[in-house]
Design a protein around this ligand. Structure first.
Ligand SMILES: Cc1ncc(COP(=O)(O)O)c(C=O)c1O
Length: 477
């Protein structure tokens, strides 16, 4: 006779009541957490390392523990000691937000656990994700033969883009291939090129103008020089919103140059892409519709929780050519262009069902709410820059092109090292008040502070708090 299980802790298949208790215990904490976000610190790092050490465990637990104990550990100890990227005061790096509807979608996706790597295993669910990708390609005004894939983030989307470009434009011995991006491009581009097999020196860093946009004249000169030296220019990356300042390259000019020089035109729109929903963003990103590939990060501009990027390609065939490998143990792969096997166009076979965490919030909230919120972010960044400009001794280093403003404090008579120290200490003072969290960066050798407004939870009231805290911190340093 097989003995009945007698272990403490939750059975692998809980009863309906046990499962309901678990869901309710988690839901109660999530509700309390989300509702208290406006009062929470925008970042809370004190004691983080010590708590992390107390949580280090050597072996896995042989016996289960009570749900309340584990959930308390998460919500009372682990979650609070972090950058609070879900807070309305989080204005650092590139904020996301974390729409809770996406978390509900993840719960459903996990609990139903369908396999979406191949079309035949869950045709209707694959269709919902395909719809999401189609909405994105239409937002970017790509042609009908375009397509794409949802990824875990912008970095892996960039990786697949570069592999697709390499397979499309270069021979198998591809080491003479050269890629071009501005000195403001995200490091994900260089990383992806290295992962795709290129030596780091094959990625050319092209200088930028006074607004941190790629110098297309210098780009052209470099392409011509590389060709003359026997190398093979094959890809140029345009920025649709840099991480440092939100700078948008002249995408139309880049598209023309790419066409003239027969380069694959990639656009990194991880941060800026969803501003296409606004009139202002659409005008600024003109030329994106001519891209061969585009990276978007729904976990930035669509406010989703981390873990969702997207790669769009002008010709879906290029993704298939780069990623398709068949095997006899898989269900039949679709030959009909209407039906897509995600394993054919991406590096993954088994995968999270990412489509739902995009589909559910878009269907629940409707695109108009996203459009409105993104317009609000553009307006708030402009408002912040205008108010900063009025503060004595504050220099705006980068006016917002999208929703980032970069600034620094200047004091007559201080050399550049002292100015950097002053601004680092200013950043610490502002963040020390905990109502907002900003981050810094280095632009042309100078340390600057930046405000990036991108969370759906950030409204005027919080930007006013940021300005108050900046004013107060200036008077303290
Ligand atoms: C402009 C830009 N490109 C690419 C990336 C990389 O994206 P991810 O962090 O989703 O991998 C980022 C991340 O902040 C970014 O801001």
């Amino acid at each position: 006779m097989i003995p009945a299980p007698t272990q403490p802790g939750l059975p692998l298949e809980p009863s309906t009541d046990e499962l309901r208790d678990l869901l309710e215990a988690a839901t109660a904490r999530v509700l309390h957490h989300v509702q208290s976000l406006p009062e929470q610190a925008a970042a809370q790092m004190e004691g983080g390392a010590e708590i992390a050490r107390t949580l280090a465990e050597m072996g896995p637990p042989e016996r289960g523990a009570a749900a309340d104990e584990l959930l308390d550990l998460l919500f009372q100890k682990a979650v609070p000691r972090s950058f609070n990227a879900a807070s309305p005061g989080y204005l650092a790096y590139i904020p996301g937000g974390g729409l809770v509807a996406s978390a509900v979608a993840d719960l459903i996706a996990g609990a139903t656990n369908r396999f979406t790597g191949v079309w035949q295993a869950a045709p209707a669910l694959v269709q919902l994700e395909t719809n999401v990708v189609r909405w994105f390609t239409s937002l970017a005004e790509l042609p009908p033969e375009s397509g794409g894939i949802l990824t875990s983030g912008g970095s892996l989307a960039t990786f697949s883009a570069i592999v697709a470009a390499r397979r499309d434009r270069l021979p198998d011995a591809f080491l003479s291939g050269v890629l071009y991006a501005s000195d403001q491009a995200h490091h994900a581009v260089k990383k992806a090129a290295i992962l795709a097999g290129f030596p780091p020196e094959n990625v050319r860093e092209i200088p930028t103008d006074e607004r941190f946009r790629i110098r297309t004249d210098l780009l052209e000169t470099q392409v011509v020089a590389d060709r003359a030296a026997g190398r093979t220019p094959f890809l140029v990356c345009g920025n649709a919103g840099t991480t440092n300042t939100g700078a948008v390259d002249d995408l139309l000019l880049l598209a023309e140059l790419a066409q003239r020089e027969r380069l694959w035109f990639h656009v990194d729109a991880a941060y800026g892409g969803f501003f296409l929903l606004t009139q202002q963003g659409k005008a600024l990103l003109k030329g994106i519709e001519r891209a061969d590939s585009i990276v978007l990060d729904p976990h930035k501009g669509l406010f989703l929780p981390y873990g969702t990027g997207a790669l769009l390609v002008r010709d879906l065939g290029t993704l298939r050519q780069a990623h398709s490998v068949r095997a006899s143990y898989l269900p039949p792969i679709q030959e009909d262009a209407e039906f897509i096997d995600f394993c054919e166009i991406s590096p993954e076979l088994s995968r999270a069902y990412r489509g739902l965490r995009v589909w559910l919030p878009l269907k629940l909230h409707g695109l108009a709410r996203f459009r409105e919120s993104l317009q609000e972010k553009l307006d708030l960044a402009r408002h912040a820059a205008a108010k900063l400009r009025e503060m004595p001794n504050v220099e705006i280093v980068a006016e917002p092109q999208l929703s980032v403003a970069a600034f620094r404090l200047v004091r007559p008579g201080l050399d550049s090292a002292s100015l950097d120290r002053l601004n680092r200490s200013l950043l610490e003072r502002i963040n020390g008040k905990k109502r907002v969290h900003l981050s810094g960066t280095v632009l042309r050798g100078t340390f600057v502070l930046r405000i990036c407004v991108l969370s759906f939870r950030t409204h005027l009231e919080r930007i006013e708090m940021a300005l108050e805290d900046i004013r107060a911190a200036i008077s303290e340093v």
